[in-house]
Each structure stands twice: as C-alpha cells, then as structure tokens.
Design a protein around this ligand. Structure first.
Ligand code: C5P
Ligand code: C5P
Ligand code: ZN
Length: 465
C-alpha cells in the first residue's frame, strides 16, 4: 500500500478517536469541496462538528484557534505551513501545498511528503477524500467532490487529464458510476455557455483572432454554417451534433496551425472532461470544471454557506443562490480583466506585474492573473504578478507562471515564500501558482526581492542544461 494511504489510515484513526472536531478550510473550489468531504465524513460518524472558511492561515487565526480550545482541528486544503509548530492546537492536516521536509508529522497528509507533486497529482479535496475513504469505504460516493476540487485547482491542465493519485480517485468514482471521464473539447462552458461565448473566453489554448472577440466568434460559426439558436435558446456545445463539433474542432486546429502554434499547443484543444453522472445534464454542476467555477463564485465572495450547501447536495434554494452569484463572478472577471489591462502590465527584466489597487477583489486577483497570462494580450515569457488591496494596510499578491517557465526552474512557491518572509510576511503555494500577503507600501521592495529570486531560479537551471 502506498505510504500516503497508510498515513490516511492513521489520520482516520485520530478522527475516530475524537468527539468534537472543527474544520478550517480555504475559500476556493478545492477548499470548499475538501471542507465538505471532511464535514460529511464527520456527520456520518455522528461527531460534533463545525466548519469555517478562511482566505489565508495567518497568526491571528492561529491565535484564535488556540483560544477556541477545540478537541481537534482539521485543516483542509491549507495548514502545511503550520505543521511544525503550534503544539497548542490539537490538529490533523490534509493539504497539498508545498511544505518543508520537517513538517513530515503523523498528523499531516501531504503529497509533497511522499514524493508526489501537489500541483497536479492530488488536490486538497483529494487528500481529504483519502482520509474519508480510509474511515469508511461508503464515503466513495464523495468522489465527485474530490474531482471538482482537483479541476478547480487546474490539476488536469498539465497533461490535459487528471493523473497521479487523482486517477485512483477517478476510478473510485467510475466504479460506482458517479463520475465519467470522456474526451471532448477542453474549453470552459461546454454545458452552460452559448457556443460563441465558449469560444470568446477560450484561453487554453487561445484561438487566434477569436479569443476575446465576440463578433469574430459569431462570424466564425456563421461561416461554418452552425446554427447558433434553437428557437429562443442559445445552443451550447453539448447541443451540437457530432459532425458540427468535429467541424468546429478541425477549424480551430486549422487556425492554430496556420498561425504557427504547432502541434503541441493545437493538441490542447482536446482532453479529458469529467461528468458528474448523477447531476442534470446542461446544468453548471454536471461538468466538473463548471461546478468548480460555481463554487468559486460563492466563498470567494464571503458566501461560503452557499457553496457548502450545494456540495452537501442542495439542488434547490442554495443552488439558485449559487447561480445568482455566478453571474456576478463572471461579470467581475470581465471587468477585472479589463481593469488590469487598462491599468497596464509593467514589464521588468525577470517578471511582469500589475497593481489593481481597489479595482479587483483580493480573492480573485489570482484568477485574473492566470487568465491574463494565458491571453493574447500578455507575453507569457515572464511570470505575472498581480497586486490588490486587501484592507487593513495589507496587499494581496498573486503570482502565476507557465509550464514552460516551471520546466526552466521557476518555483513561485519558494520565491514568494522567501520574498514575503524577508518582509516578515507569509507566502507560498505551488511552483506554477503562489500567493502572499504583504504590508501596503512594500510592493516595490517585494518586487525587487522576488525578481532576484526568480532570476536565480531561472539562471541556475540554465547553467545545468
Ligand atoms: O490554493 P490552491 O492550491 O487551491 O490553488 C491552486 C492554484 O494554482 C489555483 O489558483 C490554480 O489556478 C493554480 N494552478 C495553475 N496552473 C496549474 C495548476 C494550478 O495556475 N497547472
Ligand atoms: O491566492 P492565490 O490564488 O494567488 O494563491 C495561489 C496559490 O498559493 C494557492 O494554492 C494558495 O493556496 C497559495 N497561497 C499560499 N500561501 C499564501 C497565499 C497563497 O500557500 N500566503
Ligand atoms: Zn487546493
């Protein structure tokens, strides 16, 4: 048995031996699904339990948790940074963020402690699921949540499908007919967006001449003879027949190839998508990526109870609330992207950045940085850093890289952690995506520190190659 699974069993025993457990989780899709898996597991065991959602685990929160005196605190999708200290808090941690070797403690389940990469082999929801399954195999019905969590963290991105431990979770889901993997177009919105909108927002890969241009997308579909409406309803990707889908895919491939994008990028149009079999087709919760975006529209806006209730199975009032929040989230992304572009992306030698001030919420600046870095407007040769005011004299920093830069030695988790700690602040995450919170006014100093780190990372690897 994999050592990771042995650790999951040990942690399961700690859960079984406790009566009262408080869950602390992250405000994104992976955090909500991880928290829900833990919550369901505890409820099914008849434990007394509570849950809270936080942006980052900082010293104030740890101080409060110490004073709260819970019998056990279960950190999900966060917590790897604290496992070496704070013995005052009796805890278990199921996380997938980069962590130190010396945090290899019996109460901490993290892929990085077992030679696996937490940026794509398993997510916070995935490691939490392993503990849940170790407690009771009946919890295998929670696999859809683990798959949504992994897709929310873009873990299917590197290989255009889920790999590593995520694969094992997927086969659990398939064995009980709760999840189904199939090859299809990878663009977001297969089930819930009008086709021209799906193309307009295409960013992995971008479609030259179409991404970001609504009218061009409409024209492209008209030229191919695709009917865009069925009566009063916009047709979605899933409403098209096989021949129509094939025609669109081959035309996009043609566009990419003639613009010199090459086969490696062109191949990215197609990949695995994950269907939640028990949900209604054509809704935002039938496709795992769309489900993840729906969840991001809740807790990132302080509405964690909405995401939690949808994950717990509500398909009525809470789902309606989530759908409403999704409209706002989509609008915020469009406005935020525009704002960052207008504010201007400033290029330095080893990184590029924008400062959104109060123009973009601190909780979505990372999503926007990611979208920008994958858009036609921004050069993807340099990592992109986004700043947004967080309130109380603090600034949120989100950093995003590309697979190519990571292959060259970029490790944003380390760089952000180092630069932040030089300012007595906290930072971390994954090699390809990381975050930090720093004091307002220290942005320039932070950029200098970060740039130095990135330069060292990229040049030390260049020497080896
Ligand atoms: O907090 P957490 O681990 O849940 O978030 C992971 C972050 O890493 C997400 O913002 C996701 O978009 C980003 N990511 C990425 N590219 C990948 C994998 C993850 O941008 N290949
Ligand atoms: O917040 P943002 O989306 O930019 O975060 C990118 C990644 O860095 C996420 O995985 C997040 O959990 C992680 N992060 C972290 N420590 C911080 C801030 C973010 O590990 N202080
Ligand atoms: Zn996560």
């Amino acid at each position: 048995m994999h050592f990771l699974l042995k650790r999951a069993e040990k942690i399961g025993k700690i859960v079984n031996g406790s009566k009262e457990i408080h869950i602390v989780t992250h405000i994104d899709a992976d955090g909500i699904t991880a928290g829900t898996i833990a919550y369901q597991t505890l409820k099914r065991l008849g434990k007394e339990c509570s849950i809270e959602f936080i942006k980052d685990l900082d010293s104030d929160i740890l101080e409060r948790l110490k004073n709260d005196n819970h019998e056990l605190v279960w950190f999900t999708d966060l917590g790897s940074s604290i496992s070496t200290d704070t013995p005052e808090i009796s805890k278990i941690i199921t996380d997938h963020h980069a962590c130190q070797e010396n945090s290899n403690k019996s109460f901490h389940l993290n892929p990085h402690l077992f030679g696996l990469d937490g940026s794509f082999e398993i997510s916070g929801a995935g490691v939490t699921y392993l503990v849940s399954r170790a407690i009771d195999r009946k919890n295998m019905d929670l696999t859809p949540l683990a798959i949504v969590g992994a897709c929310g963290d873009l873990q299917d991105r590197r290989f255009r499908k889920l790999t590593g431990m995520n694969r094992e979770i997927l086969s659990d889901g398939e064995s009980i007919n709760a999840v189904k993997a199939k090859m299809d177009i990878r663009y977001f919105g297969r089930e819930s967006r009008p086709i021209f909108k799906m193309l307009q927002f295409a960013n992995d890969p971008i479609i030259p001449g179409l991404s970001g241009r609504e009218q061009a997308c409409v024209g492209f579909l008209q030229e191919l003879g695709i009917t865009m409406k069925d009566g009063d309803n916009w047709r979605k990707w899933i409403d098209l027949c096989k021949d129509e889908r094939r025609l669109i895919i081959s035309s996009i491939a043609q566009l990419l190839l003639t613009k010199g994008f090459g086969h490696k990028i062109t191949k990215r149009i197609i990949g695995e998508v994950y269907i939640l079999v028990n949900e209604q087709e054509g809704t935002e919760i039938h496709d795992s990526k769309e489900f993840a975006t729906l969840l991001n529209s809740t807790a990132r806006y302080g509405k964690c109870e909405v995401g939690l209730n949808v994950c717990l199975g509500d398909r009525d009032k809470w789902l309606a609330k989530a759908r409403n929040l999704l409209l706002g989230h989509r609008q915020n992304l469009v406005v935020g992207l525009q704002f960052a572009k207008e504010e201007g992306i400033i290029k330095r030698k080893h990184l590029q950045f924008f400062h959104a001030g109060n123009g973009i919420r601190d909780t979505i600046v990372g999503i926007i940085a990611n979208m920008l870095l994958n858009s036609e407007d921004v050069n993807s040769d340099l990592p992109l850093i986004g700043f947004a005011n967080k309130g109380q004299g603090e600034v949120k920093v989100s950093a995003r890289g590309t697979e190519e830069l990571v292959e060259k030695g970029l490790n944003l988790s380390q760089a952000m952690k180092k630069a932040a700690s030089a300012l007595d602040s906290i930072g971390g995450g994954h090699d390809i995506a990381a975050g930090a919170t720093i004091p307002k006014g220290k942005e320039e100093e932070f950029l200098e520190l970060l740039e130095k780190e990135i330069k060292t990372q990229l040049s030390s690897r260049a020497d080896v190659l």
